[in-house]
Design a protein around this ligand. Structure first.
Ligand SMILES: O=C(O)[C@H](O)[C@@H](O)[C@H](O)[C@H](O)COP(=O)(O)O
Length: 252
């Protein structure tokens, strides 16, 4: 497991701009190395700010977006197009502005999709989509970078403390009693999250400071799921000053 690197930026806007710039370079490097790139998106406010910042970057289209695979780390289990879906927010902030290959954009199923309002079936369907995209008989494709927000309670994606999903060994799980509304969600499980080459945990605001400190101080993943999210090659904590307030951190 790699050591986590921490970067602290003065405020939420600078954090979003810096993460967007890092993400652009990460995708460019992946395409230079292997001709394509893959990113796993998440939901929440700082993630949406990153998407907006990336959309506004002048160098944005240096990425060949037609060769980028877009996955989601979690989704609110709502009807397609619902404004509270992470997919809806990502599309309006960024994806609809990019010349992506629609076949390479993989939203998690909606609650009015082929499985109806059965989140377990929808989770299984997404696991099948991941497996179909994996090389050979691998259960998962390569994730070059997987983005996570961090909840005040230390949740990442829709892996919340004290929930059965924490002990689910499947690649994708349904969550029915999420403390953060809406209650029904679909999520990659922590073991799946931790197959990503790089995992970036992005946190903004004083209400995240304790979760950030606790995770970086070595808490276990059961009390604090964020502590269980690690990249194979790199784990980055990307913070603003408020979220880093309980750390002795470098401010950039
Ligand atoms: O569905 C969601 O809401 C996200 O997947 C969730 O994991 C989010 O990233 C964190 O709760 C942080 O959200 P904020 O950045 O808005 O605090």
């Amino acid at each position: 497991m790699t050591e986590a690197s921490v970067a602290v930026h003065a405020d939420a806007d600078l954090l979003a701009q810096a993460v967007a710039a890092r993400l652009l370079v990460r995708l460019l490097d992946a395409q230079a190395d292997r001709g394509q790139a893959s990113v796993v998106l998440t939901g929440g406010r700082i993630a949406a700010a990153v998407y907006r910042a990336l959309a506004a970057l002048p160098a944005r289209d240096a990425v060949d977006w037609s060769r980028v695979d877009v996955w989601w780390g979690d989704e609110r289990f709502l009807p397609a197009g619902d404004p509270d879906r992470n997919e809806t927010q990502a599309r309006s902030a960024l994806l609809d502005l990019l010349p992506l290959d629609p076949a390479r954009v993989h939203p998690m199923p909606a609650s009015d999709g082929p499985d109806g309002d059965d989140p377990e079936a929808a989770a299984a369907r997404y696991a099948g989509e991941l497996a179909a995209a994996g090389p050979g008989d691998a259960a998962l494709p390569r994730f070059d970078v997987l983005l996570l927000g961090v909840g005040e309670d230390g949740h990442v994606a829709s892996v919340f403390p004290g929930q059965p999903v924490q002990h689910d060994t499947r690649p994708v799980a349904a969550v029915r009693e999420a403390p953060k509304p809406p209650p029904v969600r679909i999520t990659l499980t922590l073991p799946t999250i931790s197959t990503a080459e790089e995992v970036w945990l992005v946190a903004s605001g004083a209400d995240k400071a304790t979760a950030v400190r606790t995770a970086l101080a070595g808490a276990g993943p059961v009390p604090l799921p964020a502590a269980g999210a690690h990249g194979v090659g790199r784990t980055r904590w990307l913070l603003d000053r408020a979220a880093a307030a309980e750390l002795a951190a470098r401010v950039r």
